[in-house]
Write a protein that binds this ligand. Structure first.
Ligand code: ATP
Ligand code: MG
Length: 406
């Protein structure tokens, strides 16, 4: 009988990392009920390797620190009960069982209360598939049917969806991100609450909104989720309201043809807005400058075809890296038929050393001055010469260029 139990347990063995396994063992040996929890349990059940292991434990942060006195302990968020322990070079986040207090501002729990019951800790978690805990010593804790929702590919709030979204509006966007990442449908009550409560997203800090949206844009099934939940996306990014539905859908389609690259995906999504508005949209989301600039410049040039003939002009205006990205964007948008040929041309220009910038032109402002060009005409003339060189109408040679001025 006991043997049979063991065999059953073996079948359910969770391939924990050695560090996570050791941490659970140390905690249990000190008398503290402990589990791995959240994303890693979900990933395990779906047969995807977890990228990290979060541990939840009955020990208080003080007690956790004592258990791991031999190890390097980083007090990451003790207020929230979290201690990070470095084990064999692997950082493990170990958090005391928590029940969250009232959320007055729709974002931060007013107070964090610890508890000794794992069930209470699971109760505060967002979705049933994220509210499972596992320990090799205690088996699986799945009080809300997370495994059954995983089988049915359903994302469902733990408890009353309306209440859970009111408590923390970030969960609205987490719902979209997880639905897209896992290719899940959103369960009906959760779906209705999501649609009704979308305006709550305005309460969430822009940085957090951006981070969830970035995750969504890179998730496997973003196209379906962003099409169905457009009203929610519009609450997160109000500028999107002005994009006609047909353009919105074809932007999503184009995004599926792009690499996992945020500048490209944002550029495709926002290109119907034009450069300035795309820039402002990302600025409003507090995106880093690089992303604001790259995505908006790409968006602004999305519909002017970059071809083998015009490649140098785009290299001049955008730099070679962004010009290559632009070819990818336009390929995805079906603006140009052969993006590969454009990139081959860009590489050819770079290798051949052909001129596409003023710096590469074989004549300087001073040399123009010396032959009598003055004032503003110097800049104008240089640009005119560059254009002719890029178009192949003049060789990039000093004498020929100076001769062309006269
Ligand atoms: P990922 O692979 O994206 O890290 P994850 O499930 O680990 O997925 P995290 O954001 O790292 O997601 O959060 C860890 C766990 O903490 C979640 O699985 C969930 O149980 C809980 N959690 C995180 N954020 C919230 C929230 N806003 N409301 C309720 N529970 C949350
Ligand atoms: Mg995680």
């Amino acid at each position: 009988m006991e043997n049979q139990e063991n065999v059953k347990n073996m079948e359910k063995q969770f391939p924990l990392s050695p560090a996570a396994e050791k941490a659970l063992q140390l905690l249990e040996e000190s008398g503290f009920e402990s589990y791995i929890v959240g994303g890693s349990v979900r990933d395990f059940c779906m047969h995807t390797p977890p990228h990290d292991f979060d541990i939840t434990t009955a020990s208080s942060p003080e007690e956790t620190k004592k258990v791991f006195a031999q190890y390097r302990v980083i007090p990451t968020g003790e207020k929230h009960g979290t201690v990070t322990v470095m084990m064999d070079g692997e950082p493990l986040e170990i958090t005391t069982f928590r029940k969250d207090g009232d959320y007055l501002d729709g974002r931060h729990p007013e107070k964090v209360e610890f508890t000794s019951a794992i069930e209470e800790d699971l109760l505060r978690r967002d979705f049933t598939v994220n509210a499972m805990a596992y320990s090799p010593f205690r088996g699986m804790k799945d009080p809300f049917g997370g495994q059954s929702d995983l089988k049915r590919k359903l994302l469902r709030c733990v408890g009353d969806a309306d209440r859970r979204f009111h408590e923390d509006a970030l969960r609205l966007l987490r719902a979209l991100r997880f639905a897209a990442r896992l290719c899940f449908d959103i369960e009906k009550c959760t779906h209705n609450a999501l649609m009704n409560l979308a305006p709550l997203i305005e309460k969430v800090s822009r940085e957090r909104v951006l981070s969830e949206l970035n995750g969504l844009l890179l998730a496997r099934d973003f196209e379906r989720v962003m099409a169905v939940y457009r009203p929610v996306i519009e609450c997160a990014v109000p500028e999107i309201r002005s994009i006609p539905q047909a353009d919105y859908l074809s932007a999503l389609r184009a995004m599926t043809r792009l690499d996992l690259d945020l500048s490209l995906r944002w550029a495709a999504l926002l290109h119907p807005l034009g450069e300035e508005k795309a820039y402002q949209t990302l600025k409003n989301l507090k995106a880093p400058n690089r992303l604001c600039e790259d995505a908006s410049r790409l968006a602004g040039h999305a519909l002017s075809p970059i071809t083998v003939q015009t490649a140098k002009f785009f290299m001049n205006r955008l730099g070679e890296d962004l010009a290559k990205q632009l070819s990818r964007l336009q390929g995805a948008l079906n603006v140009i038929p052969d993006a590969d040929a454009v990139r081959a041309e860009i590489d050819r220009v770079l290798e051949s050393g052909e001129c596409y910038t003023l710096a590469g032109l074989m004549v300087t402002g001073n040399e123009l001055k010396a032959i009598g060009v003055t004032g503003r005409d110097i800049g104008k003339t240089l640009n005119l010469l560059l254009e002719k060189v890029m178009a192949g109408k003049l060789p990039n040679e000093k004498e020929a260029l100076l001769r062309a001025v006269h």
